[in-house]
Design a protein around this ligand. Sequence first.
Ligand SMILES: [Zn+2]
Length: 92
Amino acid sequence: MNKSCHNSLKPIVEDISQWVPCTEILYKCPKCDTSFRILGSNERFCHMCGQKIDWEGIPTHLAESYQESDDYNEHKKFIQRLNEQIQKGKSK
Ligand SMILES: [Zn+2]
């Protein structure tokens, strides 16, 4: 059984893009890792694998300003934390 056929998945945070004055969160497909960088956050389905994407409650911008760290590992950790928040965010 392929359970992901009809179930929507939350997108995965890929990177954070710095704009002034806001900071945009870039996402990728949770199934095939295709970046939504170009398509933006309105894709209902992944154009590569057809995975339905659940954008409900998914932030497209960071609320607080984000100071990008020079340390790549810090940057990665921040993205990981963001992902954890998003993946468990809806079940309240
Ligand atoms: Zn995909």
